[in-house]
Ligand binder design. Structure first.
Ligand code: GLN
Length: 497
């Protein structure tokens, strides 16, 4: 191909997107890992002294909102500004958010979070969509390219966990938040310097609107921003009081409704051809698998985290494994196994074995579920009053990561392959809603988890297993049908970098 410098056998533009997303995720996960701890810490510890119930609800709302805003963010790229600018301005807003969090004042805390939410909404879906546009529609490297990109995501997470974790313990909260700002800054500099490698993809809106509609759209965005500022000011001055716990429950339902309505809206008003409709139905199947997957997987931060803290024997001799370390097991396994999976997809396709997106995501979901079988046995041991060995959680995270590699990068690839090019950003935004729903539902599921009552735990983990396996089998069966639809080619295929 005519790429400007290849990146591990992939188009050179992949390296630009890989490192930008790596730094963005460093800032996101580095900060996120400290969020609940910071909110619940006492005044002497420099925290915000928020109750655990409110803090976890705020955390759930925050992660839900981050991914929810991907929908308008993806739409803005398609219709108004193009993917390149969306990533750039999104990154700038994220960096500003972390700078605000680095200011040691509890007044500015929520402003910082809101900025990260808005910026991530612009950046996250669009950088994911740009990756796909590096490949022409028949290019067999797409899945492996997304696997590589996904490895960058997790390299960033590892850097974030360790750098922000270290700074927090040794220098304080706001130094850690400052490091997140610097990380995002490095990503932006790198992005700017290597932008030409994208060879012009995403340099304008894929489906621009009439000047008149463009003006109305900007007016609507302005109105939204003004509304947001007013509501934020009212919450900060105490003029409105929000109960985060009650709100989290409505939000789960609200986001699911938005997902269904938006998808239905595309079917009804998206001017789809028959083939496009079938391809988007095949994608819907992957979205269903993805939602269930994250609802189970995201127990990592909640129920599995508590299991690690209270029911796992973390002493090795005189050394006590810090509970948060278990969280990084996922990212470390992921980085270690990514090259193997990237090669696996390429090797299989060389042998003309191309498992469908639906099949791969069903397999990913079922493998994730087997992780909860391990937890079922671990919980039975714990219920008998023993503290269990760290091996159990590590084995669970290993299985969850294998499942993640079958499903998550593959699903990103499916979005880029199966969506009409003119809606690449929005469809990535719709897909990112599955993260949003999964995260919020995971929080609600974990609400049933009580480390004080270990005897109830095995049943809880078994329920998650059975539910995920059941959905996995249905997805697998339906994928036998949608496999054909995935193969329908896009008519106006103009890309080829
Ligand atoms: N780790 C992945 C990412 O950051 C997926 C996140 C998620 O919650 N689905 O992109």
């Amino acid at each position: 191909s005519s790429d400007k410098g290849e990146f591990f056998g992939h188009p050179g533009g992949l390296s630009t997107l890989f490192f930008t997303e790596m730094w963005e995720r460093m800032s996101y996960y580095g900060m996120r890992a400290l969020l609940v701890l910071f909110m619940t810490a006492s005044l002497q510890e420099g925290g915000l002294v928020i109750t655990v119930a409110s803090a976890t609800a705020i955390y759930g709302l925050y992660t839900g909102a981050v991914y929810f805003m991907g929908l308008p963010g993806g739409w803005m790229a398609d219709r108004l500004i193009g993917g390149q600018k969306a990533v750039w301005y999104g990154g700038l807003i994220i960096m500003t958010g972390h700078i605000v969090l680095a200011i040691p004042s509890d007044k500015t805390f929520f402003i910082g979070l809101i900025l990260v939410v808005l910026g991530t909404g612009l950046l996250k879906p669009n950088i994911g969509a740009l990756v796909g546009q590096l490949y022409s529609s028949g290019d067999q490297r797409r899945d492996s390219g997304y696997t590589l990109y996904y490895m960058g995501i997790n390299m960033g997470s590892i850097i974030g966990y360790f750098v922000c974790g270290y700074l927090q313990t040794n220098m304080g909260w706001h130094w850690a938040f400052g490091a997140a700002a610097i990380g995002m800054g490095l990503g932006l500099i790198q992005y700017r310097l290597t932008l030409s490698r994208l060879s012009g993809i995403g340099d304008g809106p894929a489906e621009p609107m009439t000047p008149r509609n463009t003006r109305s759209a900007w007016m609507a965005i302005l109105a939204f921003m003004i509304g947001l500022v007013i509501v934020t000011a009212m919450v900060m001055t105490g003029a409105i009081v929000i109960d985060p716990v009650a709100m989290a429950q409505y939000v789960a339902i609200g986001i699911t409704a938005v997902f269904i309505l938006y998808y239905a809206g595309i079917f009804m008003f998206g001017n789809l051809t028959g083939d496009e409709t079938k391809r988007l139905l095949a994608l819907l199947l992957v979205c269903i698998a993805s939602t269930c997957f994250w609802a189970g997987f995201e127990q990592a931060g909640s129920s599995l985290n508590l299991f690690g803290r209270d029911l796992t024997d973390r002493m090795i001799g005189t050394f006590e494994i810090p509970t948060p370390w278990f969280q990084s097991a996922n990212s470390i396994f992921l980085v270690l196994m990514s090259p193997f999976f990237a090669a696996l997809w390429i090797n299989l396709s060389k042998r003309m074995i191309n498992p469908s997106y639906g099949l791969k995501s069903a397999v990913g979901l079922i493998i994730m579920a087997t992780g909860f079988i391990v937890m079922f046995f671990a919980a039975q041991l714990a219920a008998s009053g023993l503290k269990v060995a760290p091996f159990w959680l590590i084995a669970t995270y290993f299985l969850h990561t294998v499942g993640e590699l079958c499903l998550s990068p593959v699903a990103l690839s499916a979005v880029s392959k199966l969506s009409p090019k003119r809606m690449a950003g929005q469809m990535m935004g719709v897909f990112v809603l599955t993260y949003s729903i999964g995260n919020v539902v995971a929080g609600l599921l974990a609400g049933n988890f009580d480390p004080e009552k270990p005897s109830e735990m095995p049943a809880l983990f078994m329920q998650i297993t059975l539910f995920s396996v059941a959905v996995g089998i249905v997805v697998l069966l339906v994928s036998l049908k949608t496999k054909q639809w995935e193969k329908l080619a896009e008519k106006d295929d103009s890309t080829a970098v």
